[in-house]
Design a protein around this ligand. Structure first.
Ligand SMILES: NC(=O)c1ccc[n+]([C@@H]2O[C@H](COP(=O)([O-])OP(=O)(O)OC[C@H]3O[C@@H](n4cnc5c(N)ncnc54)[C@H](O)[C@@H]3O)[C@@H](O)[C@H]2O)c1
Ligand SMILES: O=c1ccn([C@@H]2O[C@H](COP(=O)(O)OP(=O)(O)O[C@H]3O[C@H](CO)[C@@H](O)[C@H](O)[C@H]3O)[C@@H](O)[C@H]2O)c(=O)[nH]1
Length: 447
């Protein structure tokens, strides 16, 4: 099929989608307002870390099937289908999603399109957005344009973005006409041939599936972390508890890993946007539990800071602390709302000397918080450390054994913020090791 596709917004979501569409055989042009990003992408260079994506990008940029531009004119009447993947960050006032970028992208297209085109929203948006955008399109469209709209939320996870796009768990299409549905079925033909569940529904349901999924995942993490608060107080093993719960097929073991909590460019902002949107709809109490989910999550960060304070005998000021991992999860360089980075900054603000090392995240973290010290490798980070914090479970940190650190550190103390180390092994080597959910004396004392 010689379908032409544009992808508007070439961040984590957009580049992945664009490269995967090219891999499926379509001609693709990615559009972004950031000239530096477009320049890099046009040269086949990915401006962020995502396993498997650089290879796809290079391959299709070289073949000419995948191109990038800052110029909407190049795509507006060229593409049959325009995917919208621009950002919907938390608004600066904290209330809800910032819809400026989606609105701008859709208006740019609507004014320029001539003839037939389908605009497909992929960004995560407040329920009711698609219906509102239809009005915006109608108000901006040229008389010679015939524009339809569909909503196709994206569920990819960073670190697995290519696999999640090529072989998704399910496809959700919010459509209001048969032609749009047929076009989208054509685009996703290979996934559908592989029996990927397909949900064809209305705009509102499609928008809600996305935020409901992220709210559920966030709730599951905070649920287990709330039990971690109990085991920290009275005893018990949070990992065994999660394993035992997970054997119940109705519950499942995934997303029950206690730790420093969730972060990233999605779960935190999406649960806040959902609360804001339901309040706007007059449903003030409906999503109230998500405020608790958020608070439980943020308490994990505070707990690690207090634990560090206690383990350092209440002498944070001047203590040398190694922070291993600064991204919000492994296999990503993304530090948006990262619990690890937040903890590092809080410790720094409390007067500690903080040495950060992350296999891929140092650069992004340094752009946000240049005052932390960023080590080039693990030995530099842990050298003479009074305390080591493992906060993001990169494979190289999971594989650590006491002998790796012993010649370097000043004191044998470690906080395992992701419960990935074998506690017995570290204790046997004379380390004070504290994991998440592990029973501990009350953490009092002023910071
Ligand atoms: N990152 C993920 O894993 C993921 C997964 C599923 C859904 N989402 C959703 O996808 C959307 C994008 O997220 P992201 O993480 O890719 O964000 P991002 O910040 O990495 O990328 C957004 C891009 O949009 C560009 N942009 C902004 N305004 C524009 C405009 N008017 N025209 C063209 N480009 C414009 C920005 O320059 C940026 O490159 C969000 O709604 C997010 O919630 C993200
Ligand atoms: O048991 C767990 C599982 C995850 N996390 C943390 O939760 C956060 C989010 O992890 P994950 O969901 O894997 O990462 P994202 O790439 O942000 O993906 C989420 O957000 C995307 C954007 O909306 C969605 O597309 C995905 O389906 C959804 O999983 C990370 O900080 C993890 O460390 C935990 O603390 N415990």
């Amino acid at each position: 099929m010689s379908m032409k596709i544009s992808v508007v917004g070439t961040g984590y979501l957009g580049v992945t989608h664009a490269a995967c569409m090219a891999e499926l055989g379509f001609e693709v042009i990615g559009v972004d307002v950031d000239p530096a990003k477009i320049e890099a992408l046009s040269a086949g260079l990915l401006p962020f870390h995502e396993p498997g994506l650089p290879e796809l990008l290079r391959k299709h940029v070289a073949s000419g099937r995948l191109r990038f531009t800052t110029d909407y004119e190049q795509v507006s009447s060229w593409a049959d289908v325009h995917f919208i993947g621009v950002g919907t960050p938390q608004r600066a006032d904290g209330h809800g999603a910032d819809m400026r970028y989606v609105d701008a992208a859709v208006a740019e297209l609507a004014t320029r399109i001539r003839g037939k085109a389908l605009i497909v929203g992929k960004s995560t948006v407040p329920v009711g957005t698609a219906r509102r955008l239809r009005t915006l399109i109608a108000a901006n469209a040229h008389p010679d344009a015939e524009i339809t709209l569909a909503w196709n939320p994206e569920f990819l996870r960073e670190g697995f973005a290519v696999a999640d796009t090529m072989t998704p768990d399910r496809l959700v299409l919010g459509v209001e006409d048969e032609t749009s549905e047929a076009l989208l079925r054509g685009i996703y033909a290979s996934a559908l041939a592989a029996a990927t569940p397909l949900i064809v529904t209305d705009f509102e349901t499609a928008e809600l599936v996305k935020v409901a999924a992220n709210a559920f995942l966030a709730t599951k993490i905070s649920f287990i972390n709330s039990f971690a608060e109990i085991t920290e107080t009275i005893g018990g093993d949070i990992t065994v508890l999660a394993d035992a719960l997970g054997h119940d097929a109705r519950i499942g073991r995934k997303f029950l890993n206690a730790g420093v909590g969730f972060g990233g460019g999605c779960l935190p902002k999406d649960i806040r946007a959902l609360q804001a949107r339901t309040s706007e709809l007059g449903l003030t109490h409906t999503m109230g539990f998500l405020a608790e989910v958020d608070e439980i999550n943020l308490r994990r960060r505070e707990r690690v800071v207090r634990l560090a304070h206690t383990m350092l005998n209440e002498k944070l000021v001047g203590a040398r602390i190694a922070v291993l991992g600064v991204t919000f999860k492994p296999d990503s360089d993304d530090v948006r709302d990262s619990p690890a980075l937040d903890i590092a900054v809080r410790l720094f603000n409390a007067g500690a000397e903080v040495l950060v090392y992350d296999p891929k995240g140092n650069k992004n973290a340094a752009e946000r918080f240049p005052r932390l010290h960023y080590a080039k490798d693990l030995p530099e980070a842990v050298a003479q450390a009074d305390l080591v914090l493992l906060l993001t479970e990169w494979a190289e940190f999971r594989a650590l054994v006491p002998a790796d650190l012993e010649p370097l550190v000043a004191e044998r103390r470690i906080i395992d913020g992701r419960n990935v180390l074998s506690r017995g092994q570290w204790e046997a080597a004379g380390w004070e090791i504290v994991g998440m959910g592990q029973h501990h004396a009350p953490l009092d004392g002023e910071l």
